[in-house]
Design a protein around this ligand. Structure first.
Ligand code: ACO
Length: 322
């Protein structure tokens, strides 16, 4: 049996940091409101001329170095992102070429905040099927470029960044169980009002603004994430007591606390980056994974549950041994 296993990780965060105090100067908000409702204290914001692929390339170089692989070793590139550089060519082809990776399967997945979990699950299937041996898998977002900085409901939540992993074929797991879900009936609770085929004029007064009904998103997120975590554990025949770590999507500290409670996990077993990164959408899980591995909390052999939830809605989880 062939499995896939994460053998290297990396992250990149843009230089510029925006604190809650900076936001107090822009919109009618307070550090206290943002901290208590969301857990966010600061977020990184990309430069005007910086693109998602620029950030991916930096994160990928660190992950490749960590894994000890060269560009020639990589035979698949997948990026989970909602903010690619261009409509086409695909962002993964830009990254593949700039990193000097020989021609290979390269594409992106757009599943909002669940993008990395979808990308990792897809790469796992390719490796298990014997169609790839060494994949570069990323979650990355320049989401602040979609933000209306006068809308206090959304501008305090988000940040930019990129996370990357190297996923290699292995004769032992690695990735144990992946579960994905989506339901478009919730589209109106969280969306961006224009794109390539629905034009700017059709968006009217909502143009340039993330549309979100925050408290309804919150409720569905907790419910769906709880369900998918249970399914993933059941499918793998693993009890929640056996889990060493939860590496969740970093949307909101209260969603994360609710998930930890459902899994009977103390917060000491949860990797938290929301305070420093904000919600970086598809980048949040791979960056949190990298933070936990590099500071020595996540150790080889431990059982880790990663999960995410985002616009669509989409949701997903991956259970793995490091
Ligand atoms: N500063 C001060 N007040 C604010 C701010 C702000 N930045 N934003 C909203 N408010 C006000 C609202 O206007 C409202 O005022 P009102 O009662 O006078 O109308 C009040 O605060 C309460 O608003 P709620 O939306 O009910 O506040 P809630 O406790 O639900 O917190 C939040 C809002 C943080 C958005 C929360 O609902 C949430 O995190 N939801 C999950 C959504 C999410 O994470 N989205 C990110 C993308 S999806 C994903 O990644 C899961």
């Amino acid at each position: 049996m062939t499995y896939s296993r994460i053998v290297g990780t990396g992250r990149y965060l843009p230089e510029r940091i925006m604190t809650n105090a900076d936001l107090e100067k822009i919109v009618d908000t307070s550090d206290e409101w943002i901290r208590t409702r969301t857990g966010v204290e600061r977020r990184h914001v990309c430069a005007e001329d910086q693109t998602t692929s620029d950030m991916c390339i930096e994160a990928a170089k660190v992950a490749m170095d960590d894994a000890g692989v060269t560009p020639e070793d990589i035979d698949m590139v997948i990026t989970g992102t909602t903010t690619p550089d261009l409509i086409f060519p695909n962002i993964s082809t830009i990254i593949q070429h700039k990193l000097g990776i020989p021609a290979c399967t390269a594409f992106s997945l757009e599943a909002a905040c669940t993008g990395f979990i979808y990308a990792l699950t897809t790469a796992d299937k390719f490796i298990k099927a014997g169609e790839a041996k060494c994949a570069l898998v990323m979650g990355a977002e320049c989401i602040t470029k979609l933000i209306d900085w006068s809308d206090r409901n959304t501008c305090v939540l988000f940040g930019d960044g990129a996370g990357a992993v190297i996923l290699k074929s292995s004769d032992k797991p690695g990735i144990i169980s992946c579960h994905l879900g989506a339901d478009g009936q919730y589209k109106d609770l969280l969306y961006y009002p224009f794109g390539a085929s629905k034009n700017l004029a059709a968006a009217g007064t909502d143009a340039g603004k993330i549309m979100m009904t925050g408290n309804d998103v919150f409720k569905v997120a907790v419910k769906k994430l709880g369900q998918i975590a249970s399914e993933t554990l059941e499918d793998a025949g693993v009890t929640k007591e056996e889990l060493d770590w939860l590496v969740p999507h970093q949307a909101n500290i209260r969603i994360i606390q609710a998930m930890a409670k459902r899994l009977d996990m103390p917060m000491e077993k949860v990797i938290l980056t929301v305070q420093d990164h904000g919600n970086t959408s598809a980048a949040s899980v791979p960056m949190a994974l990298d933070v936990g591995i590099r500071d020595g909390r996540l150790k080889p052999g431990q059982l880790i549950l990663m999960e995410a939830f985002g616009g669509g809605f989409t949701w997903g989880s991956v259970l793995m041994r490091l």
